[in-house]
Design a protein around this ligand. Structure first.
Ligand code: FAD
Length: 402
């Protein structure tokens, strides 16, 4: 095997880091560099998510998400066990409120079975045994493999492992331009590569453009706000999720139990102006934010894919009591304002397809020459990160061998 294969991965979130790890384990690359624009690795959606290892039953069976998630769930759980990362093996229930949601519940069950998930559909009289505080209309889903972990603990473990595998992390280096076999960074450095992988999360589309890749997508980010209990909770046993709108990529406000037993309520899906627009003017970028703003105005006017309805509904969750009210539909527990504080938000860097006029609901992989671009790494990309890394590296090593 010719090992003279220099790999550059750009974007130091969970997707980039797991690919770097897998590439190092394959022993097929002479050098692996991972470039990250920020001073620290993984400070965006990688550590600003719910920390829920999704089982994979939401997704329609032909999607990439569906094909990866159940295996990804197992790989991530196994990695955590092997590396002594604290897990909360609480499982999750999905509950309903009416007849229409019951139909969707059965649809999710069918999808789950096709997607290889361990899943049960049970009558409401059994709910007490799984989550005595849950409320459902007639039936509920039980997913035993939906665990939670601390995304920060996982990230730190992975970074340590990657360093031991001689992966060269370059932090504080933003990719700003690219040629056929090199990239240039904000520190005015030039790096040559044989293979390049773009894992820049919310900025992947912009980075792909540096390589002359034009797509039918535009960025349309949404902010996920959370409330977190001030104290550890003892009463809740499992995560409680509502039945989602299966046409949209968001799961609706839910209750989750963190690996250290706090209760989180959320996340919301409030339109924002950049992939890092966590606070009012934070993370704004004139060019990108202007494009997003113009798109939002257009979507608001035309209510394309129900954007206006979504925005008007979600904007209400800027007020704490409205999140508590929504979460209260799932549980008999009295959720009190004083017991919850705002927790660090995350941003879902969602892509909008200008041809179909819909949100892209699946991961998107674009290959041009010896460069690979992972676009739309929306939920459950974090849960799928280990299996995704295996697939990408296996495809790459096959290319190298041929
Ligand atoms: C609120 C919320 C809740 C979620 N909950 C879950 C969940 O429970 N389970 C689940 O599976 N998924 C969940 N997700 C989705 C999950 O967090 C993402 O799928 C995953 O984190 C994507 O990882 P990433 O590495 O692609 O992106 P990121 O973590 O955003 O990493 C991309 C990195 O690229 C860097 N970068 C960007 N531009 C450049 C550049 N030009 N040069 C160099 N570096 C650059 C960024 O600084 C960043 O560090 C959630 C997401 C959100 C927002």
């Amino acid at each position: 095997m010719n090992k003279k294969n220099k790999l550059i991965i750009c974007g130091g979130g969970i997707i980039g880091i797991t690919i770097a790890r897998e590439a190092a384990l394959s022993n097929k690359f002479s050098e692996i560099k991972l470039l990250e624009k920020d001073p620290t690795l993984g400070s965006h959606s990688t550590t600003r998510n719910s920390g829920v290892i999704h089982a994979g039953f939401y997704y329609s069976p032909e999607s990439t998400k569906a094909k990866l998630c159940s295996k990804g769930n197992k790989l991530m759980r196994d990695y955590c066990i092997k590396n002594n990362i604290k897990t909360n093996r609480c499982g999750k229930v999905v509950v309903t409120q009416n007849e229409k949601q019951e139909e969707i519940l059965f649809e999710l069950y069918e999808r789950g079975k096709k997607n290889g998930c361990d899943l049960e559909i049970l009558n409401k009289n059994k709910l007490y045994n799984y989550e005595s505080l849950g409320i459902t209309y007639k039936n509920f889903l039980w997913s035993p493999n939906t665990w939670s972990i601390s995304p920060i603990e996982l990230l730190n473990n992975l970074i340590k492992e990657c360093k031991s595998l001689n992966i060269d992390f370059k932090t504080g280096e933003k990719i700003v331009s690219a040629g056929p076999s090199f990239i240039k960074t904000s520190k005015n450095k030039k790096y040559f590569f044989d293979y390049f992988i773009n894992t820049c999360g919310g900025y992947s589309l912009e980075v792909a453009k540096l390589f002359g890749i034009n797509t039918e997508y535009k960025l349309l980010p949404f902010k996920g706000l959370y409330l977190k209990s001030s104290e550890k909770i003892k009463k809740f046993k499992t995560h409680i999720y509502p039945v989602p709108d299966i046409e949209q990529p968001f799961l609706g406000i839910h209750t989750t139990i963190t690996s250290d037993n706090y209760l989180k309520l959320g996340p919301t899906a409030i339109p924002v102006l950049s992939p890092e627009n966590y606070k009012l003017f934070e993370g704004l970028n004139f060019k990108i934010s202007k494009e997003i703003f113009l798109l939002q105005i257009n979507l608001l006017a035309k209510n394309e894919f129900g954007f206006r309805d979504l925005a008007l509904r979600e904007i209400k969750y800027l007020v704490k009591k409205n999140i508590l009210k929504k979460a209260s539909e799932l549980t008999t527990e009295n959720l009190l304002e004083n017991d919850y504080t705002w927790h660090s938000p995350g941003i879902r860097a969602q892509l909008f397809n200008v041809c179909t006029k819909k949100l892209e609901n699946d991961f998107v992989l674009v290959n041009k020459d010896n460069t690979f671009h992972i676009l739309n790494s929306i939920s459950p990309a974090w849960s799928c990160s280990f299996i995704n890394a295996q697939k990408i590296v296996s495809n790459l090593t096959q290319k190298i061998e041929n």
